[in-house]
Structures are given as structure tokens and as C-alpha cells.
Design a protein around this ligand. Sequence first.
Ligand SMILES: Cc1cc2nc3c(=O)[nH]c(=O)nc-3n(C[C@H](O)[C@H](O)[C@H](O)COP(=O)(O)OP(=O)(O)OC[C@H]3O[C@@H](n4cnc5c(N)ncnc54)[C@H](O)[C@@H]3O)c2cc1C
Length: 546
Amino acid sequence: MAEFDFIIVGAGSSGCVLADRLSADGRHRVLLLEAGGRDNQPVVAMPLAWMKAAMTPAITWGYLGEPEPYAGNRQMPHLRGRILGGTSSINGMMYSRGMPSDYDGWSAAGLKGWSYAEVLPYFKRSESCWRGPSLYHGDGGPLTVSRIPSDPATYPALMDTARALGFKVLDDFNGAEREGFGIPDFTIHKGRRGSTSKRFLAEAAKRSNLAVESHVLVRRILIENGKAVGVEASRDGQTMQFRANREVIVSGGTFNSPQLLLLSGIGPAEELRAQGIAPVVVLPGVGKNLQDHPMVMVVYEASGPFTFDAQLRLDRLAFTAMRWFLTGTGPGAAMPFAGQGFVRSSSARPYPDIQFQVSNVSFMAQPWFPGWRRPVGYHLSAGALQLQPESRGQVTLKSPDPGAPPAICFNLMKEEYDRRFACDLLRFCRKFFATDPAARLIKAELAPGPAVQSDDELDAYVRANIATGAHPTSSCAMGTGEMAVVDADLKVRGLEGLRVVDASVMPRVVAGNTNAPAIMIAEKAADMILGRTPLPAAELPAACSG
Ligand SMILES: Cc1cc2nc3c(=O)[nH]c(=O)nc-3n(C[C@H](O)[C@H](O)[C@H](O)COP(=O)(O)OP(=O)(O)OC[C@H]3O[C@@H](n4cnc5c(N)ncnc54)[C@H](O)[C@@H]3O)c2cc1C
């Protein structure tokens, strides 16, 4: 097929869903182009190995951010999947949708069709939830949402601590109530990672009207007379062109979608000219408004040998891998995750703006064996994310070469509000682990360490250690004003035949993880692109809106 109706750039969380939905009725010829390769590696499939997958250079983009001026000029790695399934093939698989107020905020800003009641049916359409069908969950979609076993050594103590601090224990973080503690759901299917490649694309790729081309880097969008008509791409040094009769849809993710628009002459005029690119459509917002969840971490030495570190002894790991491979069960089929909470930083907040996560292992963990390598110790770690940050960053071009990485800077901790919030996050983690019975799980605080106490010490620690939650969004923001890149139909302003459909279109990062929202955005976009009537809005109890 040399010509197609739709060309989708990027087979990630959004792109695979689009490829499935746009090709489903067989009436349209669809081409899905992906810079990375196949996703058949065990490290991708095994849930326990997710950090290893995220760090594997062969399947990731290897982006290193620009020096962060308000965070000690540190350059941070920004992990992104370069593989079928995109970042859904390397992520932590936690299923979380954000808060109703996120979407109601988009709608209130003039983005018709994006209220929580209107997007909920699209979350449900994609989902096959272990809970069965309900007002909040679907059970007929390709995306398996499952539950992992809780850790008996830590979970009861964490939940009792949450209760002692006045929080509820929730069974469902995506239901009617949003503030509380519990164990999240995961996109794990029969013990294996449920990426969008596996759950949406694998079946769809059998259709004769869908072509999937991997190892193809899209270099620019072809534009004729104000309309996107195709893309120029390369594979193994060979340049090629593909034509789209109806639309080009950019689903390259929050770093690569703005990069591709800029490379195609769509963006701030001066920035384009500085790279020797003639502006085709002047859109000052391309690459701006970049956001992520700032994240702090507190690491504890556990009070006994009950953490996951015990499982990292080589012989046990080998058994875990074998068991997982043969049966899809055991520790390999889950995450070393102890519990999480969504909480409000103040009672004035309508919805939680802190995500608190406890793992029964730390990032220092590594395999060990007597006589080979000593264990790092028995650790617990508490991570806390600021869900509604105020600092904004940008993605810009470093070079007009499509093979060069873009310049990524979040301006983390630029705003005073974020700096104070990050210090409060550390205080929250400490307060939680100073409360019984969680206090009995720990022996000592390893990081930041007991010496870091005063406001100045906390602030210095934050600047030296703040990281992101790996949830970058909003660099091709949907909106109605001058800085908007796409409109409420996800059409790039000022051009025909071009949309952006991925996490980059969120006007503001949602208060939760971003994979399910990227999938929802693609579900909704598919109906828009096919000209279908949107799914009817959910009828929600009053307490659930806004
Ligand atoms: C380590 C890590 C852990 C995470 N954990 C979670 C979690 O537990 N739960 C959760 O909800 N979210 C999590 N996330 C975030 C979530 O996975 C992402 O927000 C989501 O996958 C983004 O989807 P996307 O479609 O916007 O982009 P992506 O999934 O990144 O897709 C973009 C695709 O486009 C391809 N591409 C880009 N440019 C080009 C080009 N020029 N030509 C061809 N192809 C191109 C890329 O290779 C990629 O496949 C995590 C992220 C990371 C990095």
C-alpha cells in the first residue's frame, strides 16, 4: 500500500489504540509508523523487570534533559519507550486515570466534550476490569486491568497507619471516592505486561487494511497548500515518503510530537528560523507548557529482613524467572509495591493533589548472592508526587536534524509554590513513617537522612534530588487561546489534515498516572476522526463531578 487514508506517527500508548480503532471496520487504509522495533523481549513482558526495561538503551530514546536551572543545574534522564507500545512497553503499569476535576477543568476552559462525564465512557470502552462492569468500569475492552497481591509483611501496617492518620482505605482509586490508601490496579494481563501493543495492536495488525512499519523514523510532515498530505521518513538510511488521503496523526509522545511539528515548520517563528527552518504555520505554543509531576523520595532501612531484597538472591531470582516464564505467576508477575495513597495537601482542595507510594524495595536494590555480591540491605522507599505543579518547561530543537534529540527542560522547582510543596512532601513521608504501625517497619532513614531538618536543609535537598514522575505532558496543549497547539478536536490550529493525539495534548497534567489518560485520549480521538457521534456522557452522582 503506497497511499493510505490515515497515517499514525508513533506506536505508543495512544498510537496503538488509534491504529486499532481506525482500522476496525475495514473501510480505511491505515499506516502506523514506529521508530523502534518489535516488543518480544522477556524484560518487556515481565512486570517485575519494568525498571530494567525502562533502562534498556535498545528500546528507549535515551533522552538526557538540559540542565535544570532551579534544581542544581542537574541533567536528568527522561525515559521514553522506542519500541512497539512506546512508553506503555516500559512503564510501571499502574492504572490510574487522574481526577474528575482534571477533565472538568479542561471543559471549563472551553474544551467541549472533555468533561469527566464525557471522557469516562472512553476510559470504560478501553478497559476490561477485574471488578466487572459498573458506573466507573468497563469489562469489554482490550486493556486488561488487574489486581496484584498485596504484600502481607507491609500492607496491613501501611493501611493501619493510614487509618491512624485519618484516611480511608479505598478498594478502587478510580471509583466514586478518590482520597485514601490502598493497592492500585495494574495493566497486567495473565501475569504479563499489558502494553497497548499487546492489548490493542497485536490483534489489529492481523487486518489487511492496517500496515505496521517499525524502525521507521518520521522526519517531517509533508504539507501542501495548508494541508498535511503525508510524511517523510527514513529506515536504515533510506528516505521514503508516505501519502495520507485523509489525515496525518502525530502520536509521538510529549517530547517527540512537538519536535516533529517544529521540524515540519510548525511552531514559534523565531525558534524555527534560528534552526534554519522556514515557518509554515506560526504556533507559539508548540513545545511550551511542558509539565510533569515533581517527585521526592525517602528511603528507609527496614526493621527486619521482610522486604523484597530477600527475593533478589540470585537463586531465588532464577526460580522467580522460571516460574513466571512457565506459568505467568509468582513475584515475576507483579511489582514490589507495598501501597499508595492519594491525599489532599489541604482541606481547601476539592481532590487529592499528592500521590504517595510505598515500595518494599528501594532504587538501590540489586541481585546478590553470598560470595558474589553483598545485598544492599533491606529497604523500604516512600515516593511522593506533586500532582498539580505550577512550573512550566519546554521542548525545543537543538538541531534541525530529525535524528538529534530535542532539548528538554522542565524548569522544575521554578515556582516558589512547587519548592514549598516538595518540602511538604518530604515532611508528609516522614510523618507517615513516624506513625505506628508503619514506624515499626523501619529502623533508620537513609535518605534524606536525619540531618536534613530545617527549611533550608530540606530546600537544598529538594533542589539536589527532585526528580519527575516520568509523566510528561502538555507540550502540544489543547486549548482555545494563542498558545494552544490543537483545538478541542485535537486538530493542529492553522492546518488541515493534521492532529496530535497523545499525552502532549493535555492542557494540564492530570492528577494521576498518564498511560490510561493517553489511551482515553486516543479512544475519543478515534471517534472524532471517524466522524462518529461521541459516546453518551456518564450520569454521575453530584459528588463525583468537578
Ligand atoms: C519509567 C516509566 C514509568 C511509568 N509508569 C507509569 C505507570 O505506572 N502508569 C501510567 O499510567 N503511566 C506511567 N508512565 C507514563 C506513561 O507510560 C506515558 O505517559 C504514556 O505511555 C505516554 O503515551 P504517549 O502515547 O503519549 O507516548 P508514547 O507511549 O511514548 O508513544 C510515542 C511513540 O512514538 C514513537 N515515535 C516518537 N517519535 C517518532 C518518530 N519521529 N517517528 C516514528 N515514531 C516515533 C515512539 O518511539 C513511541 O513508540 C511511566 C513512564 C515511564 C517512562
